[in-house]
Write a protein that binds this ligand. Sequence first.
Ligand SMILES: Cc1ncc(COP(=O)(O)O)c(C=O)c1O
Length: 389
Amino acid sequence: MELSRITSQFFESVIREMTRVADENPGTINLAQGFPDFAAPVSIKNTAIDAIQRDINQYSITWGSRKLREALTEKVARYNRLDSIDPNKNVTITCGSTEAMIASLKAVINPGDEVIVFLPRYENYGPDCLLSGATPRFISLKPPEYSIDFDELASLFNENTKAIIINTPNNPTGKVFEREELESIAELCLRHDSLAITDEIYEHILYDGREHISIASLPGMQDNSITVNSISKTYSLTGWRVGWAIASARISREIKKVHDFLTVGAPAPLQEAAAFALSMDRDYYDGLQEFYRDARDTLYDALCDTPLNPIKPYGAYYIMCDCEEFMKSHGIRTSADLAMYLIREASIATVPGSSFYENPGDGDSQTRFCFCKKKETLEAAIKNLMKIR
Ligand SMILES: Cc1ncc(COP(=O)(O)O)c(C=O)c1O
């Protein structure tokens, strides 16, 4: 029996696979998959426990509890300058931004539609395009600044371009898209009546004075954007699976239908706690940034003392290393071999660079470290890293 011709075109996530490999190699420090190894904020956890005790344990409204949609509306007006969002018409609460992204694509894509994706890219966007029937068109961000060639980008836009996926702050590169870059992308979207589908899951994790801008806040872009996000990274709650998609009423109606039939709803008591989280004050976000800035500096400085050649990130919590020279001198051929070498020689799990590219060979000299870890975890990892010479 022939199984799906679509699912046979992609593989399980390498990022998630590396966590399994780390678990199978006792003593390995997992700097692969991006999840914190420290406690989530006590006040948010207590709100969830309280919601369960109050018996908020049944399905919420399929597109999200009113309380969470209202808290979100206030938050995006405050932080993202999206000030005319209607919690009833423009918001769909989903199971993480993972579901928000695929539900959004399924809601807008027709056969023949193209979606532009920057490389390197977060792994999910490849399967997301295939599962929604979109034809992906790729454009490379040019290291070390991961800049955009706008002539090349303009040449990719055509009458079939339904959307461009933007991820800022960016995983894996740490690029934070500048206002001028987003304005140029917005101009192309408006000219071709294409959507910007923007994954802003790292919006509060920024360094060196970088500013997060939601493309939906730029003039004319509210109706041409779908803003995807979640509580996973900002509140260190990756296992709770609460996210959202914000879009025009017309697009939201379609996203809500996809979401309803995919998952019915996100976990009800955790939506209560998410509403509380979104109302946290400025100190919380300042503390988060300070913590991650220290973590970035600690790991980046240490990597600079190795031959692994790190590229400094300005947002998110990953560091990409371009290890071409090191690999040549050690006879290591692929990024998968490099990741296994680092597990063997330094007991550190990373993510092979190949998983962030359409053509795996393009990332074969790279590996990605994450630093969303306790100080002690990073110190232990750095001690091990010093074995790499
Ligand atoms: C860019 C990006 N988008 C989405 C996700 C997954 O988000 P969620 O936990 O909200 O599904 C990740 C997780 O690492 C990510 O890096």
